[in-house]
Design a protein around this ligand. Structure first.
Ligand SMILES: [Zn+2]
Length: 494
């Protein structure tokens, strides 16, 4: 089977050839734990999960790593703009506020490590609910930046030795972009003079004195007063943001060249450009052979923002009764290379699809990777995904097949269970149910449905309608069949 991906590095669709046959080594830029991750972040993270499950489906062994950024950074832009605040400090303030309002319980919000731990736990909880397999492998495959500073220091040392980095008088180590001819190749920002012009109007602050080129980026900052600080050959201080990914990717995967590196399209420049310069500058080898980037997620056609109130997290959506598996399906169902539009209507469609799959097969254990069987639909499903992860076509094949399944057999159920090794939606999460306090409890609903069925049997339609109205008002949908009435909580959507 030929697997093809659009490679941001070459701007072409290319046949995938792993460094080691039968093995895929990949790295994904993971969460910054200054806040809860939102659904736009998860769209990008789920690209990594879909890749992993697809590769396992077609028989590869997958080594997957996703980092956790738990160092409180201030970006160069923040600094240059004169303002700027350490992100972990901001997170601590947010958490203190939430604690006051009783919304978060953290024992010591003044300790940046406790704040990071709080948001890491929240992230892992969300990621597991959304079926991200790498979250089950924390901390081995989800390394924390704060626990890998030694790897970063080592890589910075190699860059200085190789002449790709220099130390300034104020104790900062910068990457010398002019020393790396390929800088800009990934993003297309190949004209350094252009980057120069772009940053030319900006007055460098005291921290940036001694920078040789405005596009040079920070690798280490000497700063005794920083919230989180470590010892280094260049004084007590903290690492730049970009260095953590190249150091953790190579360190955790144990190779010089990865097969695949992914992230959101926002990461292409400068972050991924800097990662390439650091890794290749240190090893002299290509860093990653294929670069895949998830495009933006819009919400109801608009950019997501806290001020517009369309900034959704998994926990917010679950409070409205959304099943995480349904959200997963909705986020995965949009091809990664197109802007996706999250809508509540789309969520309802996803819910129907997931219900249809669950109607054919119960969930199966998925500890190890699930490999495809030899049914025609599985082959068609895999072939579609092999074409640059064409999930629309893959789901189209699945739907075509499901349309022809009338009474599902054990074989059909097994097919759906194997395909679910990729989709990961059969398992419904218990807490997807809205809290019982918000409406009638399950036992009460069962009783009302029995009463309604009895009324219909007695041809007492006034009574039956009255019960139905009562249930509808409580957000419950009823399904009437010849021999019973069943209930279902409607997702609470606007
Ligand atoms: Zn990264």
């Amino acid at each position: 089977m030929d697997i093809r991906f659009y490679n941001t590095l070459t701007r072409r669709v290319e046949v995938f050839q792993p460094v080691t046959p039968g093995v895929v080594r990949m790295y994904h830029c993971g969460p910054t734990v200054y806040d809860y991750a939102h659904i736009g972040n998860f769209r990008s993270f789920l690209l990594g999960d879909l890749l992993r499950r697809f590769f396992e489906f077609v028989g590869f062994r997958v080594d997957q790593v996703m980092n956790i950024t738990d160092v409180g950074h201030m970006t160069e832009d923040d600094r240059a703009d004169g303002g700027g605040q350490d992100k972990m400090e901001l997170a601590a303030q947010r958490l203190k506020q939430a604690k006051k309002q009783g919304a978060a319980d953290v024992d010591n919000p003044d300790d940046p490590y406790r704040v990071a731990q709080f948001f890491i736990e929240a992230f892992l909880e969300d990621a597991k609910l959304l079926g991200m397999k790498v979250a089950d492998e924390y901390p081995q495959q989800m390394p924390r930046a704060t626990e890998n500073v030694n790897r970063m220091i080592e890589q910075i040392g190699r860059l200085i030795e190789a002449g790709h980095a220099y130390l300034t008088d104020v104790g900062a180590v910068y990457y010398d972009v002019a020393s790396f001819p390929d800088y800009g190749k990934l993003s297309g920002n190949t004209d350094l003079a252009q980057l120069n012009a772009g940053a030319g109007g900006r007055v460098l602050d005291e921290h940036q004195q001694g920078k040789r080129h405005p596009a040079d980026f920070l690798l280490w900052k000497h700063d005794e007063k920083h919230l989180m600080k470590w010892d280094s050959p260049w004084g007590v201080g903290y690492p730049g943001w970009h260095i953590e990914c190249s150091a953790m990717a190579l360190g955790t995967l144990g190779v010089d060249t990865l097969d695949i590196h992914t992230g959101g399209e926002d990461n292409i420049f400068p972050h991924h450009e800097c990662e390439i310069a650091q890794a290749t500058g240190a090893t002299g080898k290509p860093f990653a052979n294929y670069w895949l980037h998830a495009r933006h997620l819009f919400v109801e056609g608009e950019k997501m923002s806290k001020s517009k109130g369309n900034f959704h997290t998994l926990r917010d959506l679950m409070q409205r009764g959304v099943d995480p598996a349904v959200l997963r399906f909705a986020l995965l169902g949009a091809p990664y290379r197109q802007n996706a539009n999250f809508t509540f209507k789309g969520l309802e469609d996803a819910e129907k699809q997931v219900r249809r799959l669950r109607g054919i097969a119960p969930p199966a254990p998925q500890g190890a990777g699930v490999q495809m069987g030899d049914s025609a639909v599985e082959r068609a499903f895999a072939d579609a995904l092999a074409d640059d992860l064409n999930i629309s076509a893959a789901l189209g094949e699945l739907n075509k097949w499901m349309g022809a399944v009338h009474t599902s057999t054990a074989d059909d159920a097994a097919i759906v269970q194997r395909i679910d090794g990729v989709l990961g939606v059969l398992h419904a999460h218990q807490s997807a149910k809205p809290p019982a306090a918000e409406g009638p409890g399950d036992a009460e609903l069962d009783a009302l449905c029995r009463q309604m069925h009895q009324a219909r049997m007695n041809k007492d339609y006034a009574e039956s309608d009255a019960i139905r109205d009562q249930l509808t008002a409580a957000g419950i949908e009823v399904q009437i069949s010849k021999d019973r009435v069943t209930w279902r909580r409607k997702m609470k959507l606007d």
